[in-house]
Design a protein around this ligand. Structure first.
Ligand code: CA
Ligand code: CA
Ligand code: CA
Ligand code: CA
Length: 446
C-alpha cells in the first residue's frame, strides 16, 4: 500500500482438479453370433465389464441390456456404466451383431417323378408337387428352378434343381429326377408289323426280314431280285421267290458255291480225231514219216478252245508204238483229249555189211582136219540192235578135210532175218614113199 487511499487487491482462484479418473471400465469385445437354430434371434452373453475405482469402492456395473438377453437380427449397441460413491459415472459401449447363417428348410423335396409318354409321343406333360421352403429369419425365401411344374418334357431322364436362397444368401438345394418313359408300341397291338417291331424313343419301326421291303403300314413285301435286267445278280437265269431268289445255270454250266455265278463244266467237243495208224519204214530209212488230218473242237462257251499236241503231222516216228495226244482246253480249264496210236513196223531184214569170202586151207600132212579161222561177218538193222546172231560154225574151229558151208543168220527185233554163207574147204596132204604130194579130195565137189 503506497497510500491509505490506494489499496490494491490481488486475488486468484485455486482449483483442485481430480485428474485421476475415478473409474476405468473395459467393455467386452464386440460380439458377433449366429441366430439360434430355427429362430430369427440369438441369445447372447458376455463377461461383466472389468471396472477399476481410483478413490473408493463403486457400485454395481449395469448394462442397458443384460447378458443372456435375446437379440434380434442386426446390430445392437449395449451400453454399460459404472458409478462410484462420488457419483462419478463411466460408460462403455460394445455391439452385438446377430447374423443368419442357417439355410432355408425345404418341404416336399421329391427325389423321383416318373410318367409315361403316349404311343408315338416323343414328349409328355408332367406335373408334380413342387418343393417350398421357409426360413428361420421369417423373411420370404427366393426360389429358382431349372424346370418348373408342369412342363412338357421329352422322353428320357431330366434333372430339376430347385435353389432356395434366404435374404442372407444362405442356399438350400432340392434335386429332382423326372423320367418320361417311352411307350413300347411293340408290346401292344398299336404296332401291327408284319415281321418284327423295333421300339424307339417316342416312336417305333417295323423291320422286314432280308429280301422284303417295307410297305405303308408295317407290311413287308417281297423284293423281286430278278427285276434288274431279268437276271438280277445271277450269271444266267434268275427265279424270284418269296423273300429270296434262286440262280440257275444252263446246260453245261454249274452253279458256284456263291449261288450266283455259273461256271462252264462241259468239256470241248472234238471232231475228226484220227484212228490208229499203222505204217512201215521204207527201205533205207530208220523212221517213217506219218501224216494225218488235224482234229478240231468246239465248246459250249462259244469260245474256241486252245489246242496242244504231243506230235504234229509229218513228223518221223521210229519203229514201235507212239501215242499221239491232242488236248483241247476251254476257257474254264475243262479238257478233252483225242489220242491215237501210230505203229511203225520194221519189215526190212538186217543188212549184211561184210560176209567172209570162201576159205581154202591145207591140212597138215597126215591130218584129216585143221583149225580154220575168219573174220566174222557184220550186219546192221534199220531198227537198231540185232536181236540174235546164230551161225553153223565159229572161227578157230576144226574143220574136216572137205568142203563145209558156214551160215550166219542175223535177226532183228521184229524177226526179220538176213543170212551170210561161205564155204570152208580143207585140202588133205598125202605122202607116198618120201614124196609128198597134195591131193585134193573130191575136187570135183569144190
Ligand atoms: Ca436363414
Ligand atoms: Ca416307343
Ligand atoms: Ca424275292
Ligand atoms: Ca466248256
Amino acid at each position: 500500500m503506497d497510500s491509505p487511499e490506494n489499496v490494491a487487491f490481488c486475488a486468484f482462484i485455486v482449483t483442485v482438479i481430480d485428474d485421476n479418473k475415478p473409474i476405468t471400465i473395459d467393455c467386452p469385445l464386440d460380439v458377433s453370433q449366429s441366430t439360434d437354430l430355427g429362430l430369427p434371434t440369438a441369445t447372447v452373453s458376455w463377461n461383466t465389464p472389468n471396472v477399476t475405482y481410483n478413490c473408493d469402492v463403486g457400485q454395481q456395473v449395469v448394462c442397458d441390456v443384460p447378458s443372456n438377453s435375446t437379440f434380434q437380427l442386426g446390430i445392437t449397441e449395449v451400453t454399460c456404466s459404472a458409478t462410484d460413491s462420488s457419483n462419478n459415472i463411466m460408460t462403455c459401449i460394445f455391439t452385438v451383431t446377430v447374423i443368419d447363417t442357417e439355410e432355408p428348410t425345404i418341404d416336399n423335396c421329391l427325389e423321383h417323378v416318373t410318367t409315361s409318354a403316349g404311343p408315338k409321343q416323343n414328349t409328355s406333360i408332367v406335373n408334380w408337387l413342387e418343393p417350398s421352403a421357409v426360413d428361420n429369419s421369417g423373411d420370404s425365401v427366393r426360389m429358382v428352378s431349372t424346370i418348373r411344374a408342369p412342363s412338357r418334357l421329352k422322353v428320357g431322364v431330366h434333372r430339376a434343381v430347385y435353389l432356395f436362397t434366404d435374404t442372407s444368401g444362405n442356399m438350400a438345394f432340392c434335386n429332382l429326377t423326372i423320367t418320361i418313359e417311352d411307350f413300347d408300341e411293340c408290346q401292344t397291338q398299336f404296332a401291327a408289323c408284319d415281321h418284327s417291331c423295333l421300339n424307339e424313343p417316342g416312336t417305333y419301326r417295323c423291320v422286314c426280314n432280308s429280301g422284303y421291303g417295307s410297305g405303308d403300314i408295317g407290311q413287308c413285301i417281297d423284293i423281286d431280285e430278278c427285276a434288274a435286267n431279268g437276271t438280277g445278280e445271277c450269271d444266267q437265269e434268275c427265279i424270284n421267290t418269296d423273300g429270296s431268289f434262286l440262280c440257275q445255270c444252263s446246260s453245261g454250266y454249274t452253279l458256284t458255291p456263291d449261288g450266283l455265278s455259273c461256271t462252264d463244266t462241259e468239256v470241248p467237243n472234238i471232231f475228226g480225231c484220227p484212228e490208229n495208224i499203222t505204217t512201215s519204214i521204207e527201205d533205207g530209212n530208220t523212221a517213217a514219216r506219218v501224216k494225218w488230218n488235224l482234229p478240231s473242237a468246239t465248246d459250249n462257251s462259244q469260245i474256241p478252245p486252245t489246242m496242244n499236241s504231243t506230235h504234229n503231222p509229218g513228223e518221223y516216228f521210229t519203229v514201235g508204238d507212239s501215242n499221239v495226244e491232242y488236248v483241247f482246253t476251254d476257257s474254264s480249264g475243262n479238257r478233252a483229249v483225242c489220242s491215237f496210236t501210230i505203229t511203225v513196223l520194221d519189215t526190212l531184214p538186217p543188212e549184211i555189211k561184210y560176209c567172209p569170202d570162201n576159205v581154202t586151207i591145207f591140212a597138215d600132212p597126215g591130218e584129216n582136219s585143221t583149225i580154220v579161222t575168219w573174220f566174222p561177218p557184220l550186219a546192221t538193222d534199220n531198227s537198231g540192235p540185232l536181236s540174235s546172231i546164230t551161225s553153223t560154225a565159229r572161227p578157230r574151229q576144226f574143220f574136216q578135210i572137205g568142203k563145209t558151208e558156214v551160215v550166219y543168220v542175223f535177226a532183228d527185233l521184229f524177226s526179220n532175218t538176213a543170212s551170210c554163207a561161205f564155204y570152208v574147204t580143207v585140202i588133205g596132204e598125202f605122202c607116198f614113199w618120201a614124196m609128198c604130194c597134195k591131193q585134193i579130195l573130191s575136187l570135183s565137189s569144190i
